[in-house]
Design a binder for this molecule. Structure first.
Ligand code: T46
Length: 125
């Protein structure tokens, strides 16, 4: 795993009924969550992202299906596929992110440490 790719195992409780995964402060979550959003229904062949954030920290969990992230700090570029609900990807500031190869059933949950602010984005144009 590279320095760019910070994967966290999300504590999961399983029994005969199924599984329950928990992201809580001091556990899988290194920040207080101020916003949650999720990407779903992404059309075939569509890629998303293509930006970095100035201050935002996020934990991305693919709770259903799969998606491939490409991360870059301007020097190196790394790729990681998220395909399980008990694994999270932490993305901090100044990290370029692209999301590719969404499966048709992909639901990507993102927990963020700040409210939405377009001024925090660095985009190509
Ligand atoms: C990121 C990756 C993983 C809002 O109104 N509120 C929100 O909290 C967000 C995240 C988006 N929006 C609006 C802004 C756009 O009109 O939803 C629309 C789609 O957002 P965007 O094109 O930025 O989505 P993605 O998939 O390119 O990127 C998103 C997040 O924006 C971004 O922070 O890290 O997912």
């Amino acid at each position: 795993m590279s320095g760019l790719i910070r994967l966290v195992d999300i504590p999961t409780h399983g029994d005969q009924r199924g599984s329950l995964s928990v992201a809580e402060l001091g556990g899988a979550l290194p920040f207080v969550v101020r916003r949650a959003y999720w990407l779903h229904g992404t059309q075939p062949g569509v890629s998303r992202g293509f930006h970095s954030h100035k201050k935002l920290n996020q934990l991305c969990v693919c709770v259903k299906g799969s998606v491939r992230f490409v991360l870059s700090d301007g020097k190196s570029r790394e790729s990681v596929t998220l395909d399980r609900p008990d694994r999270g990807l932490l993305i901090g500031p100044d990290t370029w992110r692209e999301m590719h190869d969404f499966s048709p059933d992909c639901v990507l949950l993102v927990l963020a440490d700040a409210e939405y602010d377009e001024g925090d984005y660095r985009r190509l144009q």
